[in-house]
Design a protein around this ligand. Sequence first.
Ligand code: AP5
Length: 218
Amino acid sequence: MSEKRTYVVLLGVPGAGKGTQAKLLEQSTGLPQISTGDIFRYNLKNQTELGKLAKSYMDRGDLVPDDVTIRMVEDRLQQPDCSCGAIMDGFPRNLIQAAAFDQMTAPYGGVHVTPLIQVDDDETIRRITGRRSCRTCGAVYHVLYNPPKVEGVCDVDGGELYQRDDDKEDTVRNRLFVYYKQTSPLIGYYFAKGLLREIDGAQSIEDVHSALMAVVTS
Ligand code: AP5
């Protein structure tokens, strides 16, 4: 086996706070956040072939095909900043992707831990509809729960804050449907491996982060 690496897989419904927490974990642990949603959005913005392909799926709230997504993650994990592991945000998202991720990470000791950030559906909708993201650096805010210092402007790099296209109500409902149908089976998958840790996502952003740090560093 090659040297051990730390792969953390964040699970939770859309809007549970995976992206918010992945960025904080990145700062605290030094492991890079790998957000498949952010990579697709970057490609969409730059109108690459990958972005054009992903657009129709993302607009509907469906999953981008597995072969494309898995290849994209394989490439990303080979970058030098992933040499100690990664914080996975939005991948794996179904059992096929989970099996592929097991194969990718097996030489490095496999998945370290799978925190499940738990939030109820009403709170999820409130969080998604109030979310604003930075066009340039991807930092995530909420108009009420986590507002920027200046309305519409990112605290990190001064970029413009916008509302994601897939945060419209119909698309959000389909994203939730897709989550329960395709992603929630991963809860049982990782539970059976002894890797699942439940985290109360209704707490403040800081308290969720502390709870996550406790399970990631244990
Ligand atoms: P993706 O970008 O992964 O979206 P998602 O999983 O739906 O998750 P979100 O980004 O909506 O939510 P989050 O849990 O990160 O919450 P956040 O931290 O922003 O995927 C988008 C699309 O890309 C998919 O639909 C699919 O088409 C495609 N895709 C991506 N990965 C794929 C894959 N592996 N395979 C195939 N297709 C894929 O927080 C939400 C809001 O709540 C924010 O406003 C935040 O400020 C606020 N907030 C967070 N925590 C708290 C808290 N504790 N208290 C109060 N407010 C909080």
